[in-house]
Design a protein around this ligand. Structure first.
Ligand code: NAD
Length: 505
């Protein structure tokens, strides 16, 4: 693409203080349609001055927004929910155009994101404190939860609508002002959501979007006027942001990568398990932090289950996400597609068996889009890179073990502990698994156990840094700080001097 062509493409800019603000940094990044491989837009990359502008807008909006009554804030959240609901089609189309996932999957992402806004509509109930009357004679104690101030969210490419909603719903409902730093890969949704929120009545400056790269992230993580950072990213980035943000005195919740194991016991229903493995392994081209990346087959179910999965692979129709027949779209970028394909090669070199090879799909060979077919790799062992690393693509690796104990030990020994699932018809075994497994989210015959919005989302081990999980009750706790008031309205007639440490009477 020539410089002139580049300059004439639509531009995705910041959203600061209730309006689009074009960057003057002179830096931008290309935005592609992954299905065609063509650049469709450019996205601005923030300068340090633009970062300051966003922080200043959020800081200026905070006093009035935190003083806004709970009923007004709840009303605004309801209006935002309705605005998102009324524009599902447009939001979904924007997701598919820049991420590549099929339209039905974009709608699924959006539905789960809107659930988080619906949860935040209950802020008058969620932000309630507690009250203890007469803790001492004539003395009452009560607790209140107050917002932190300006908070920032740094989000990944794979859920450009849902993951920001995990964060900003609870953050703004509880009285904070918010700066979103979306992925540069699919940035348009962020600005569209901001426009809808303004139209829904959210005051200017309460929600801002700063487009940018690691410089913007470093600036937000270090900024003295930012009280808390939520991040969802690959593990090295999540860990770094957790460390630098904590060092700068901020609250940080940092969700990282995953390699979710699906344990299949010998008594599992083969058809149901095969359907689940295909859906959770290849849905959204495997670009989900809750995708099933590794299946652990226990005992003699291995062979018939692999056969059942193989039979189902041709049903995974791959194509442009806007085509009604497509079940799986392209990967997000060419570089990522090539990285995923390299894991198939590395598995082969390491001695695994490539039962299905995504590189043989015609769209991988012929299309300009970033397509890769589905891959199934068996005879995988724990030392192989295709087992150890998060591949984040349509590659299902299979490890075969003899016993339940080996399956649990394998799962618990992996670097990541995000989600996991067990497939069995034995309720006792499932309950034991829930007790034994070292992961934050567990599915029992449910391959992608993403908690509903009134629970909280988070993994263990290298899948999360920080103390609080995201959204739900822990999200509300993260975005508020507790204050306890001890109160007495004494009768002046009974007052006296007492230098002892306060005791209950
Ligand atoms: P990424 O780490 O490349 O980027 C995530 C965000 O961090 C983006 O906004 C990006 O601009 C920023 N970033 C990237 N590199 C940075 C750096 N060096 N310094 C500072 N900021 C940086 O992740 P991605 O490729 O967009 O998303 C996929 C990853 O996110 C996967 O690892 C996936 O498992 C993870 N993820 C985790 C969850 C979860 O809930 N645990 C959910 C979704 C995605």
């Amino acid at each position: 693409m020539t410089d002139t062509e580049h300059a004439t493409l639509p531009r995705v800019s910041h959203w600061i203080n209730g309006k689009v603000v074009a960057s003057t940094s002179g830096k931008s990044r290309p935005v592609f349609n992954p299905a065609t491989g063509r650049q469709t837009k450019t996205v601005d990359v923030a300068s340090p001055e633009e970062l300051e502008m966003a922080v200043a807008a959020a800081k200026a909006a905070f006093p009035a927004w935190r003083a806004t009554s709970l009923s007004r804030r709840a009303d605004t959240m309801f209006r935002i929910r309705n605005a998102f609901d009324a524009h599902r089609e447009e939001i979904g189309a924007l997701i598919t155009a820049e991420h590549g996932k099929v339209l039905s999957d974009s709608q699924g992402e959006l539905a789960r994101g809107i659930e988080n806004i619906e949860y935040a509509c209950g802020v008058p109930q969620l932000q309630k404190g507690e009250f203890s009357e007469q803790v001492s004679t004539g003395v009452d104690v009560y607790s209140i939860r107050q917002p932190l101030g300006v908070v920032a969210g740094i989000t990944p490419f794979n859920f450009p609508a849902m993951v920001p909603m995990w964060m900003f719903g609870n953050a703004i409902a509880t009285g904070n002002t918010f700066i979103l730093k979306p992925s540069t890969t699919d940035p348009s949704v962020s600005v569209y959501l901001a426009q809808l929120m303004k139209e829904a009545g959210l005051p200017d400056g309460v929600f801002n979007v700063l487009q940018g790269d690691r410089v913007a992230v470093a600036g937000l993580t270090d900024h003295p006027d930012i009280a808390a950072v939520s991040v969802v990213a690959s593990t090295p980035t999540a860990k770094r942001i957790y460390e630098t943000g904590s060092k700068a005195g901020k609250r940080v919740q940092a969700l990282g990568g995953a390699k979710n194991h699906m344990i299949v016991l010998p008594d599992a229903d083969i058809g149901l398990t095969a359907d689940a493995a295909v859906s959770a392994g290849y849905g959204s081209a495997g670009e989900r932090c809750m995708a099933i990346a590794t299946m652990v087959t226990v005992g003699d179910i291995h062979e018939p289950l692999i056969e059942a999965i193989k039979e189902r692979l041709p049903q995974v129709v791959i194509g442009d996400g806007t085509e009604p027949d497509s079940l799986m779209g392209p990967l997000v970028t060419e570089q990522h597609r090539d990285k995923v394909a390299a894991y198939i090669e590395s598995g082969e070199k390491d001695g695994a068996t490539i039962v299905a090879d995504g590189r043989e799909h015609p769209l991988y060979k012929e299309s300009d889009g970033f397509f890769l077919g589905v891959s199934l790799i068996t005879d995988v062992t724990p030392e192989m890179a295709c087992y150890k690393d998060e591949i984040f693509g349509p590659v299902l690796t299979v490890v075969h073990v003899d016993t339940y104990e080996e399956a649990v030990e394998l799962t618990n020994s992996h670097e990541f502990g995000n989600g996991t699932a067990i497939f069995t018809r034995d309720g006792g075994a499932a309950r034991q698994f829930q007790f034994d497994v070292d992961a934050g989210m567990v599915g029992i015959n449910v391959p992608i156990p993403v908690p509903v919005s009134y629970y909280s989302f988070g993994g263990w081990r290298a899948s999360l840094f920080g103390d609080t999980h995201m959204y739900g009750p822990e999200g509300v706790k993260f975005y508020t700080k507790g204050k306890v008031v001890t109160s007495r309205w004494p009768d002046p007639a009974t007052s006296e001097i007492n230098l002892g440490f306060p005791r209950t009477k």
